[in-house]
Design a protein around this ligand. Structure first.
Ligand code: FES
Length: 66
């Protein structure tokens, strides 16, 4: 689903960015452009980011320390 309409960023794009190493919101914005225009998607983008980071950390416990 689209999370950021302005920049055509989907939940999959966010999950892919996390798989590639993104852990913070500013990083996500830099990598995908998500939430860099009107900003109304920020709460949902942060939620999807948080869930994706938690999933990666559960799968890869060593990554949690990074
Ligand atoms: S919907 Fe994401 S910046 Fe506008």
């Amino acid at each position: 689903m689209y999370v950021c309409i302005c920049n055509a960023v989907t939940d999959r794009d966010i999950r892919r960015a996390v798989e590639a190493g993104v852990r913070g919101f500013a990083e996500l914005q830099a990598r995908t452009g998500c939430s860099t225009t009107c900003g109304c998607c920020e709460p949902l983008a942060r939620q999807v980011l948080s869930e994706a980071v938690a999933e990666v950390r559960m799968r890869l416990p060593a990554a949690a320390a990074a």
